[in-house]
Design a protein around this ligand. Structure first.
Ligand code: NDP
Ligand code: F7E
Length: 324
């Protein structure tokens, strides 16, 4: 029988991680839902601290939670700060999920990542590929923590009947991204590099690795829309992939970003940097069958992201945003 959707209207909805790329897009998207959006900054509540999480949860009593807070970064950050990536993420998700159970949260959506799947998973990657093979070494620490988050949701559902579930977003980008070159993912990194190269009249732009890895890219406002859709329409134990089915090689991505930015120099490679997973495009069939698809093309998404970057970061003279 068709289940009625979970209505967010008039609900108290906590977006954990509201200042981040995804969290800020969720806050924008939730404006259309007629709910009370609850947020808290890390100066008031360090989510690695269970006492602080419990106090916040008791004081604010959310009905629903989007768990979009995490220690996040691109390939270099993941590869060089393994302890932070495993510890912070385990603590954040365990604290929030356990506290949500004890304070009677009706519904919780945990955000995993496409990097939880085995490095050599079949492509496109079906949800069933989880835990069927070895992980990509550069992000294994983060992936293990994210897998634990999925399992926490499943365990609390089985033992306590909590309506907690997970989505696995693919590589995201968009307004509000992290543009710090040593911490960021590939889209914001290449945008900063192309922007600087254009401003400085440079002849080349350096990309990491061979340029051959393939990535599926999802615009963050589409991702937030997909997450709200899942919150309203999905209540199962199995995680759902959340992607765009739009795939591009890193070399092609660099060319597209150069076109958007207007940089016409040559692309060169720093092959001392890792490629990471050779390919990770997800099978989005389950979510599509429920009725959701990402509407934004990569070129549109890149143009919107660059506009945001220029208006908010890149145009500010001397702004200390880039740590090359
Ligand atoms: N970006 C991507 O490509 C992908 C992201 N995801 C997942 O989506 C979710 C959101 O990622 P994204 O928005 O990109 O990440 P961001 O780094 O942009 O945002 C993370 C948010 O979490 C908050 N946070 C981190 N640690 C703590 C802490 N100890 N206490 C309180 N708040 C904390 C940050 O707070 P503050 O602002 O104070 O730093 C920030 O608001 C994550 O679960 C991530 O794994 C999944 C797939 C791809
Ligand atoms: C979302 C996902 O993100 C991470 O995985 P990733 O997809 O490998 O992340 P990435 O965006 O940093 O890189 C994608 C590709 O792009 C290449 N690349 C070229 N030039 C730059 C560059 O300048 N910066 C970066 N960061 N990458 C570059 C880079 O070498 C790689 O081949 C996970 O750790 C994990 O955190 C996770 O969940």
């Amino acid at each position: 029988m068709h289940k009625p959707p979970y209505e967010l209207r008039s609900k108290r909805v906590w977006v954990a991680g509201h200042r981040g790329l995804v969290g800020s897009a969720l806050v924008r998207r939730l404006e259309r839902e007629g709910c009370d959006v609850l947020t808290v900054g890390r100066h008031h509540c360090d989510l690695r601290n269970s006492g602080q999480v419990d106090k916040w949860m008791k004081d604010l009593r959310p009905d629903a939670v989007f768990l979009a807070a995490a220690h996040v970064g691109g390939i270099h950050a993941n590869d060089t700060r393994p302890a932070e990536f495993i510890y912070d993420n385990l603590m954040i998700e365990a604290n929030i999920i356990d506290s949500a159970h004890r304070s009677g949260v009706e519904k919780l959506l945990f955000l995993g990542s496409s990097c939880i799947y085995p490095r050599m998973a079949p492509q496109p990657i079906p949800e069933e590929a989880l835990l069927t093979g070895p992980l990509e070494p550069t992000n294994q620490w983060y992936a293990i923590a994210k897998i634990a988050g999925i399992k926490l949701c499943q365990a609390y559902r089985r033992q306590y009947g909590c309506d907690f579930t997970s989505v696995m977003p693919t590589n995201l980008y968009g307004p509000g991204d992290n543009f710090d070159l040593m911490g960021s993912h590939v889209v914001p990194a290449l945008m900063v590099k192309a922007h600087k190269a254009k401003q400085e009249g440079a002849k080349t732009l350096e990309i990491w690795g061979s340029g051959t890895p393939l990535r599926e890219l999802l615009f963050v406002d589409d991702a937030a829309d997909g997450m709200v859709f899942v919150m309203k329409h999905y209540s199962e134990e199995e995680p759902l992939n959340l992607g765009s089915s739009q795939e591009v090689s890193i070399a092609e991505l660099a060319e597209r970003i150069c076109r958007v930015v207007g940089f016409q120099g040559q692309i060169v490679h720093d092959r001392s940097k890792p490629d990471g997973t050779p390919r990770k495009i997800m099978d989005n069939g389950r979510l599509e069958a429920l009725g959701w698809r990402a509407p934004t093309s990569i070129d549109d998404g890149l143009a919107q992201t660059y506009r945001w970057y220029v208006e908010n970061i890149g145009s500010v003279r001397g702004a200390p945003v880039v740590h090359a």
